[in-house]
Design a protein around this ligand. Sequence first.
Ligand SMILES: [Fe+2]
Length: 265
Amino acid sequence: MLGLMADRRGDDRLLFRIDEKAYRLEVRPGERGGVSAVGWETRGPAELAELEERLVTAGYEVTRPGEEVARERMVSDLIRFRDPDDCYDHEIFWGLSTSSQRFASPIGAEFVAGAEGVGHVLQVVSDRARYESLFLDVLGFRLSDHIDLAPGLTATFTHCNPRHHSFAFTPKVEGRPLGVGHFMLEVTDLDVIGRAIEHIEDEPHRLLKTFGRHSNDRMTSFYLLTPSDVGLEFGTGGIKIDDETWTPTRYDTAHLWGHHSVDHH
Ligand SMILES: [Fe+2]
């Protein structure tokens, strides 16, 4: 439906490719659905060691899972620390394997990935200041902008490459559990989005938010619920950030139009 390239490894590992990398998304069976780890790429061992030191200085407990896990993750090396809200592991790695096979989407989709990574993650967090400090001060992400969703409720968008945001977070509100609310995949062609929407008309219980466009990154997208109960935004046309000229701003809405939440109850 979304055009990812599947790579089945035995009974319990399902890898997905969206670009030249060996995989970008891994699905494993668990007792319940959800996100167990989010990976962040850095350039090499020196950068990994620097980030480790910065995290430790900031009070985070950082582990080095070692060779066996690195092989499983298909990276040269990684460090791991627990999300401040204890929802999943952050893994910072370098040297993610590149496949020798050309990426070929079963539906001819082309993903915006490569140097811009997988897409983005939006997380509902308990303490906005703590995440601002972690992502901006410790990990070195840069501020993209803020959206005031409601009085006293501000979402923060941060980037680490030209993609408008790779990590965004919003304070906890009633009825939304802490943790990853959705992750986003971007394609180059609006027709791929349109066809996916046609598919979801056959599985309407999967639709989370209708077709719409975001105010800040200008992404035209819709949201669906994966079989693991994680939200997935599928979009196209997101803007890029040039740090030389970018000036963060704020918005009073997340949506130019659409993105209506679908109530399944
Ligand atoms: Fe999003």
